[in-house]
Design a protein around this ligand. Structure first.
Ligand code: ASP
Length: 289
């Protein structure tokens, strides 16, 4: 328990062009998402509600690879992955390779809360959405042509995520992505996988990852950060150490945001940039990239 609240969000670690208007838009979206989460936490809201609310705002942002703005796969379809996890119970919910969903993170939460399962994929996840009356959209509603053609976009690296600590000491994470640009149909990255794209445990920390999914999953990177926190590292040192491990063991690039059970945050990446924003308690929103 504690009176500290904290939230941190990211808009993906990748080959960002530091001079691009896209990066400015992404940072602004991160600020808005962090602020919405902070307001919710300050009003006594839960960490789960804060991360879901923040990620929905990022999914709506057209320059980020999640929800609207997701990269199409090789067939021109948009297949999205999302994960939410509750650090109090270790419950998680995820969807993978889902199509025609505006806010995949909210569908992931419904999987967590309304099924006995942790991960639903493809047609089955879409059938579940229809069964519970979850709003569907058209692929055209998600497609943002500039995302496909933008010279400043890399193959990956604009996935979104949020981690939060609420006033009752609960931690939560949410991560959402359209995955890699022009991926093979059916390809699923780290984002919806517990321990890889995110992890939250009230005993240690909540972590959201971004970057080259096939490599992030090799070291189960988000759980690795929690294990480093359990071993006594600060949120910042644990995040930096995990990114070093990623580079050393896999040659991979990516980024991490972390909040530990004391409300201390960590931010690390080894890519050109990773737009982020955070707030501690009722403090000002701090952004960076
Ligand atoms: N990690 C995501 C994936 O591999 C990509 C990203 O972070 O942008 O699907």
């Amino acid at each position: 328990m504690g009176d500290k609240i904290a939230i941190i969000v990211h808009g993906g670690a990748g080959a960002w062009n530091l001079a691009s208007a896209r990066l400015v838009t992404a940072i602004t979206a991160c600020r808005e998402a962090a602020q919405a989460g902070q307001q919710l936490l300050m009003a006594g809201g839960s960490a789960l509600d804060a991360v879901e609310t923040a990620v929905r705002l990022l999914e709506a942002c057209p320059v980020l690879d999640a929800g609207r703005g997701s990269y199409p796969n090789r067939n021109g379809d948009i297949e999205m992955d999302a994960l939410i996890m509750d650090g109090r119970t270790l419950d998680s919910g995820a969807v993978a390779a889902v199509q025609r969903i505006r806010y995949p993170i909210s569908l992931a939460r419904r999987v967590m809360q309304e099924t006995k399962h942790a991960l639903l994929v493809g047609a089955g996840a879409e059938a579940f959405a229809d069964q519970i009356g979850f709003p569907r959209c058209e692929t055209a509603d998600l497609l943002v042509p500039e995302m496909e053609t933008s010279p400043s976009a890399g193959p990956y690296g604009d996935t979104v995520g949020a981690v939060a600590l609420d006033a009752t000491g609960n931690l939560a994470v949410a991560t959402s992505t359209g995955g890699m640009r022009r991926k093979m149909p059916g390809r699923v990255g780290d984002s919806p996988l517990v321990g890889a794209g995110g992890y939250a445990d009230n005993r240690t920390a909540a972590v959201s990852a971004t970057g080259h999914g096939e490599l992030l999953m090799k070291i189960v990177i988000s759980k690795q950060v929690c294990d480093f926190v359990a071993a006594g590292l600060t949120a910042q040192a644990a995040s930096e150490t995990a990114i070093r491990l990623l580079a050393e063991r896999t040659g991979g690039t990516g980024g991490l945001i972390t909040v530990d059970r004391f409300g201390q945050v960590g931010i690390a990446f080894n890519t050109a940039a990773m737009p982020y924003a955070f707030s501690l308690g009722d403090g000002k929103i701090v952004d960076g990239r």
